[in-house]
Design a protein around this ligand. Structure first.
Ligand code: ZN
Ligand code: MG
Length: 414
């Protein structure tokens, strides 16, 4: 290529980028039809046509560029994606356009905004009915009642579309009632015994709790945490006596009439929920995030740091303590993002973003084997263009994934 051709090419790129910045759709389209390779060309400071159209609020140009398949995930020399630019300049309609997946849905999954896997509540908890023994007994015999069966805490039968799709409106008189049962039997044995008794299972046993339908996952999370509590806390935690099951399985009462747990209300009688903080720590420069890996993780996977909240501790304090213990990094502001029930067995993952005030890493090798700062571009590449050589992000069912998405700005929580 001669220098003359080079400059002609450069001139065309400049014209193209200028048309995008001015919102001149007809010139932009004419240039593109003549030379489709212009689509992802960059100019000053690594700005693409999409970024320039976004900066200046030209929704119709951004829409056209996206429809032609332009790359919306590349970053400029300030590590901003077009989405960051839209958010920064207050062009919310373009931000929404950019966060949409190519099939028109929001990126990633069928989850609604502010919703994580395991967190969809499709059932009414009906806590007012739990102490109504007559009602419970009648519902247990009702042919419309749904039983969710677990074998050693693995869900055996999952929800079929026809039972979850309709009849689930809270408070409708003929809404089916759901119960969950755990058996210590082997799944195959249990399945055979059920089939011998004419029970039908819409799906095979499912040991992978991250591969449930989004609709089913919330129900399974609720049931599994309660069942796991029964399997681990069958004796009174106060005096060690046997207990009886009450309130539709949401309470265990001590059978020793002298027990302190019978005087007043005690949390030892109710299913546990264990708060865990999980946080994406952001570098003071705003363009890197801190991820760590445990030795049990799949190869090259790094995730958010996490840890149990200790007694007498706030969420913010727990975030700062855990990050410093595990990575040596000090954290300032902490911002809550969203949370996720995690039924293994009964955690509540409290997802936060946290801004680091120091950057030196000193890994606590008892807890994690590595922790590093990852640049935004590397995280984007790993998440949207398949596994990166050095980095694999946790699956979208995890809140860690959602916290990372939220940071890079392509998320389902707009
Ligand atoms: Zn007791
Ligand atoms: Mg820890």
């Amino acid at each position: 290529m001669t220098s003359l051709q080079m400059s002609a090419q450069e001139e065309m790129v400049e014209k193209f980028l200028d048309a995008a910045a001015r919102g001149d759709l007809s010139q932009l389209s004419a240039l593109l039809s003549h030379s489709p390779s212009l689509l992802n060309q960059t100019g000053y400071s690594g700005w693409t046509a999409l970024m320039l159209a976004t900066r200046n609020g030209h929704h119709h140009v951004a829409e056209k560029l996206l429809s032609l398949g332009c790359n919306k995930l590349c970053t400029n020399s300030s590590s901003q994606t077009a989405y960051d630019i839209a958010k920064f300049w207050g062009h919310g309609h373009i931000a929404r356009l950019l966060s949409r997946a190519d099939d028109g849905t929001l990126h990633g999954s069928t989850l609604h905004p502010q919703e994580n896997y395991f967190s969809r509540e499709t059932l009414d908890r009906l806590s007012g009915k739990r102490s109504d023994a007559g009602w419970l007994e009648a519902k247990q015999r009702d042919p419309d009642t749904v039983y969710l069966l677990f074998s050693n805490l693995s869900p055996m039968a999952t929800v079929t579309k026809d039972t979850s799709g309709d009849g689930m409106e809270p408070g409708t008189p003929d809404t089916p009632v759901w119960f969950a049962i755990n058996a210590d039997e082997d799944a195959a044995e249990l399945l055979k015994r059920c089939e011998d008794n004419g029970c039908f299972f819409p799906k095979t046993p499912n040991r992978d709790l991250l591969r449930l339908d989004e609709e089913e996952a919330g129900v399974v999370a609720q049931a599994r945490s309660v069942l796991a509590w029964h399997s681990r806390y069958s004796f009174c935690p106060t005096c060690g006596s046997p207990t009886s099951l009450q309130e539709g399985g949401h309470k265990r009462s001590c059978l020793n009439p002298e027990c302190r747990s019978l005087k007043g209300v005690h949390n030892t009688c109710y299913p546990r929920v264990d708060p865990v903080v999980i946080m994406l720590v952001i570098h003071p420069d705003g363009n890197q995030c801190l991820l760590g890996r445990k030795s049990i993780f799949p190869a090259r996977m790094f995730s958010c740091l996490a840890g149990f909240v200790e007694p007498g501790e706030t969420i913010e304090e727990a975030v700062r303590r855990e990050v410093e213990e595990e990575s040596g990094v000090k954290v300032g502001p902490v911002q809550y993002v969203s949370c996720q029930p995690w039924p293994m067995p009964s955690s509540l993952m409290i997802g936060c973003h946290a801004i680091a005030t120091s950057t030196d890493i000193k890994v606590d090798e008892d807890e994690i084997e590595d922790a590093r700062w990852f640049p935004r571009q590397q995280v984007v590449d790993s998440m949207f263009r398949g596994a990166h050589q050095t980095l694999v992000i946790p699956p979208r069912q995890t809140i860690a994934h959602q916290l990372i998405r939220h940071w890079i700005g392509i998320n389902s929580n707009l």
